[in-house]
Design a protein around this ligand. Structure first.
Ligand SMILES: [Zn+2]
Length: 263
């Protein structure tokens, strides 16, 4: 009964917001403030369980790309963090509020700075478009047991609900269940990511090469990243279509090209 009352309250306060870049309408029961608090707590939880890498050229590159993207992302409420985590799993995520993590396993697929900017821009795109909040909102409607998820402090959730919250907020990790983003959210994240990397000075044409490399490699071995970020057959075409729109941003930027190579 308490849960039903909670849902009714949440529905009354529900808002329909417009997603940046795509202009799509989004259904949200959560506030960005709550999402960011949950994102921060979930980030701490994940980082505590993983091995952080500091001071390597790759970790510095993650921070550099992150800072460049943050500078053009226009998200004053985000408390940005860019961490590199030791793992063979090629993975990356951005939780609400700008909490970014890149796993070392993704470097060989990223290939270069612009490839890494592609994946980081895409993840940050999910956070800017509040896909975490939208999925949390969907969970709250379809699953009464989860109704209190966003209303409860993250630290008070049991492990199962923590895993679900982490997955809903946008991180596919060993401590979360696997929750794929929808095609619509993938396309939105691609579009926002492309704008961000271009404005940050990375050649957006490299994004097409990165996704081709990455999805081809994913065909050989199952990757958590590709199960949470399903590739669509038309991603390649869609990215190419978007290029003329974002090239002017790149032309007006510091124009770093594809940047340094990664091994
Ligand atoms: Zn995605």
């Amino acid at each position: 009964m308490k849960n039903i009352f909670l849902i009714a309250l949440l529905l009354i306060s529900a808002s329909c917001s417009t997603t940046p870049v795509s202009g799509n309408k989004a259904f949200l029961l959560t506030s960005s403030e709550t999402e960011n608090q949950q994102g921060e707590a979930a980030y701490k939880e994940i980082i505590a369980k993983e091995k952080e890498v500091k001071g390597t050229p790759e970790a510095r590159m993650v921070e550099e790309i992150g800072r460049r993207i943050a500078a053009v992302a226009n998200q004053p409420d985000f408390k940005w963090e860019f961490k590199t985590l030791q793992s063979d799993e090629p993975n990356a995520f951005c939780l609400p509020g700008g909490k970014v993590a890149v796993y070392t396993g993704i470097f060989k697929y990223a290939g270069n700075e612009a490839g890494l900017a592609t994946v980081m821009g895409h993840e940050i795109g999910h956070a800017i478009a509040r896909h975490g909040g939208q999925r949390m909102s969907e969970q709250m409607v379809t699953n009464i047991a989860m109704a209190g998820l966003a209303a409860t402090a993250f630290s008070k959730l049991d492990n199962t609900k923590k895993g679900l919250a982490i997955a809903a907020l946008g991180a596919g990790t060993a401590v979360a269940i696997s929750l794929p983003f929808s095609r619509k959210h993938e396309t939105e994240a691609d579009e926002i990511g492309l704008v961000l990397m271009s404005k940050a000075g990375y050649d957006p044409r490299e994004s097409v090469n990165f996704w081709d490399r990455f999805s081809k490699a994913g065909g050989k071995a199952p990757m958590q990243f590709l199960s949470t970020h399903p590739t669509s057959e038309n991603r390649h075409e869609h990215l190419r279509e978007m290029l003329p729109k974002v090239m002017p941003y790149y032309e007006a930027s510091a124009k770093l090209g594809i940047g340094k190579n990664l091994q």
